[in-house]
Ligand binder design. Sequence first.
Ligand SMILES: [Ca+2]
Ligand SMILES: [Ca+2]
Ligand SMILES: [Ca+2]
Ligand SMILES: [Ca+2]
Length: 326
Amino acid sequence: MMMKNCMDIDECEINPLLCRGGTCLNTEGSYECECPPGHSLSTDGSVCEDVNECQLSDNLCKHGHCVNMAGTYQCSCDTGYQATPDRQGCVDIDECTIMNGGCETHCTNSEGSYECSCSEGYALMPDLRTCADIDECEETPDICDGGQCTNIPGEYRCLCYDGFMASMDMRTCIDVNECDLNPNICLHGDCENTKGSFICHCQLGYFVKKGSTGCTVHPCIQLKCEIGAHNCDMHAACINMPGSFKCRCRDGWVGDGIKCVDQDECSLEDHNCNPNADCVNTPGSYRCTCKEGFNGDGFSCSGKTAGTFLVIKYLPLCVASDLHAQ
Ligand SMILES: [Ca+2]
Ligand SMILES: [Ca+2]
Ligand SMILES: [Ca+2]
Ligand SMILES: [Ca+2]
């Protein structure tokens, strides 16, 4: 068997062009190329080539775009984002930390952007930075809904009309329920609450006098008896009632008041004639006359007595009608 004496060749020394861009490391029987970070050995093993990280991964440089560089890559960030210190990522810029983002009042940072906003009662102007008072009175004319609106910086106030009361925050007017507040407000009528007021629905014969609140007797009706605007019988009394009138037959007359007929006290035996007197019915009354041989006014009749009879006989006859002269 023949033995050959073999010796390793140092390729690195022989060929200085090996592993260009990297470091050539001689090994027993071969060599290795060590490439710097961000580089990889070409397929033929001769050159260290830059790795295009941007092409290798789609996930690099979110919120920006990837820029390949020799041995590395950097991110070029979108508006609203800034590069991380190693320049290999993009992070949101908090614009509010710098001059409040240029906002007059409130600055709110957001991913990739920021927003200005205003306090309640103020509106953001078209420049999207400054704030101006909202004129609520002009913007919503009936905002007080029952009152006078006054605009003030940042808010408004309501001065409520009669029949309304201001809410605690003075931002609205609330109807006063007069019916609940005073159940007797209408007196002789039913109360209906309305927005800003109330209505009295008066009972028959009542009305709401101008300048007053409740229902009072209507003057025309109240005077019906006095002005003869009634249909009572001539033998009836007209009695004014609240809101109306009533007819009542006078003594000696009977009926519903609209029609009254004479009461026959004699046949009804509703009289005070003396038993020794005759009852004579008259329109609206009656009279009593003592029977023949009795003396008196008819209500009291005394019997004839001897000795006085003649004298009494010639005394004028006393009749009840004298006492009831009308
Ligand atoms: Ca690269
Ligand atoms: Ca931002
Ligand atoms: Ca205002
Ligand atoms: Ca009301």
